[in-house]
Design a protein around this ligand. Structure first.
Ligand code: GTP
Length: 275
């Protein structure tokens, strides 16, 4: 009886030891194989080890390396002046433009000491093409230059706000947080609204849009869908609440001296130099 109980206790102990070191049988097997010096096993072992090490190195590299976004997108409603700004930024020259039906891109060297180089992309403003091109380029955007026709802003305020709302509530844009430059263009025209007024009116309009959009989405399926909530809940919308850097500036792609003269785009160039 006594011997049985002792044997039973020893068995329990051994079980505990095995469960404490679950790799013991494998280590023992490995040691045995190494002692036997089976060449096929050795080669297999070295190859497996190399695969594990290389996989770890690659995973670390891909998980830690940051994607460099280098596109500067020119977006905005039709006729706001994107194509003329594109050509002025690249070649300083005035160019007669037509409605764009596709994107144009070119390397752009920022005017800074670092000599930063971005890819400037002019996107078509027509509402039937807008989302298609935005979808194509948004993930690579380092900055978005949102061009506004300041001369007819009062008439277009609703459409401008609607387009900006779509941009700023986009999941990808909100996650990547590219810089947003609102270029209040056509300042050479007397009726042009100032950047400050445009900012204030857009904030007001987007506040209203936020209410209508949220109401429309919640009545559909009880949630606010895949898009991001604009600004801070319970507060009137202000651009300062956004997770991305926003700058409003005034410019004129045409310039005060008409087609022969220079553009007035220094503020935009300075802003692009800071990216
Ligand atoms: N007065 C004035 N006219 C401008 C200015 N910038 C652009 N324009 C004119 O506005 C018109 C539209 O300019 P675009 O550059 O073609 O406009 P866009 O935004 O590329 O238009 P889409 O291709 O339709 O999206 C052209 O006649 C330009 O010459 C500006 O600063 N002042």
């Amino acid at each position: 009886m006594k011997a049985d109980s002792t044997g039973g206790n020893m068995g329990d102990k051994a079980d505990v030891e095995i469960s404490e070191n679950p790799f013991e049988p494998y280590i023992e097997f490995l040691r045995q194989q190494l002692e036997d010096q089976d060449p096929i096993f050795l080669i297999g072992f070295i190859v497996a080890l190399a695969v594990v090490v290389i996989t770890c190195v690659f995973l670390k590299y891909f998980l830690t390396s940051k994607t460099v976004r280098s596109a500067v997108l020119l977006v905005g409603l039709c006729d706001s002046g994107k194509t003329l700004l594109f050509s002025r930024l690249l070649a300083s020259k005035f160019k007669r433009t037509q409605t764009s039906i596709t994107d144009s891109s070119a390397p752009y060297k920022a005017k800074n000491d670092r000599g930063s180089a971005w890819t400037l992309i002019d996107l078509p403003g027509h509402d039937s093409l807008r989302s298609l091109y935005l979808e194509k380029f948004k993930s690579g955007a380092r900055a978005i230059v949102f061009v506004v026709d300041s001369a007819i802003f009062q008439k277009e305020v609703r459409d401008v706000a609607e387009f900006l709302y779509v941009l700023l509530t986009d999941n990808v844009i909100s996650r990547n947080a590219p810089a947003l430059v609102v270029a209040c263009n056509k300042q050479d025209i007397t009726m042009a609204k100032s950047a400050k007024l445009i900012q204030q009116q857009l904030e007001k309009e987007m506040n209203t849009l936020r209410v209508t959009h949220s109401a429309a989405l919640s009545s559909q399926d009880g949630s606010v869908g895949g898009s991001v909530y604009l600004g801070k809940k319970g507060k009137d919308f202000e651009f300062g609440q956004l997770p991305l850097k926003v700058e409003f500036l005034e410019c004129s792609a045409r310039g005060n001296k008409g087609e022969e003269g220079d553009a007035d785009i220094e503020s935009l160039e300075k802003s692009l130099a800071k990216l």
